[in-house]
Design a binder for this molecule. Sequence first.
Ligand code: MN
Length: 331
Amino acid sequence: MTNTEAHPAGSKSAGAPPGADGPLAVEVLTARQVPLGGPRAMPVRRTLPQRTRTLIGAWCFADHYGPDDVSLTGGMDVAPHPHTGLQTVSWLFSGEIEHRDSLGSHAFVRPGELNLMTGGHGISHSEVSTPRTTVLHGVQLWVALPDEHRHTERDFQHYVPAPVPLDGGTARVFLGALAGDTSPVRTFTPLLGAELSVDPHATVTLDVDPDFEHGVLVDTGDVRLDGTVLKPTELGCTAPGRDTLTLANEGPQAARVVLLGGPPFGEEIVMWWNFIGRSHDDIVRARDDWTKGTRFGEVHGYDGAPLPAPELPNAPLKPRGRMRRTAETGA
Ligand code: MN
């Protein structure tokens, strides 16, 4: 997936009110509609990054899309584009996406299957929904790499977690550990990523790592996280210091959420287009390398030209930490 926003940090959010920062408070982030790159500009709902929050653990980007009838939207068609300093997670609820990357990977992203691409120093990839797809529905998430690993080698991993029965639902743990299940997929910081289904009128209580902050992205249903009801497309965030998370589905149909977590990311990052660096100059170098055709390799088998990088803003890009507690102007 590619980020077409010129100024992702400039958007408004419905963040927590001032003072709502105790360990049991829930900060609600609302999505904004963003056109995804490509000729037909499929709309996606973006909940991370926000003005008030850049990261949940190392999770730094959350796009949520569908259910879309691809005969109406045209589906996904994202031409080859670069990434550096991050990993991408593709997770589908329905449909199928054909992935090609400059490592030589050619994979099909299918519901319930993790596809984790490590950009490291540099990778490029294309993503196209297949002709078999009638309804496209899923998320794409990015993970920031810590400084010591952000120039690691490009990599691609595929993993299919077995569904884990919960008291009141089901979990699919694609990264990290939850409900007695542990994903074998390697991450560079402690991380949690899971799809949860909560049965109608059921409450699920999960033991979680108290060192982690968490995000609950609601796909289907109204889900109460402690005292806060989250509506579909909203991302509820909790601070470290909890031993459990309790999700209640008060509706008559199963609810579905994606649960994200990790210890607070202790580094400031610069995020622009599809790049994560630590400084403005890192981003300038990555953009130049993509424009010159170096560093990111070549994607074979995609029918079309690679995406050109957008113009850099006039003002220098500034590093951002995970939270902004005070109002700031400019980005
Ligand atoms: Mn991408």
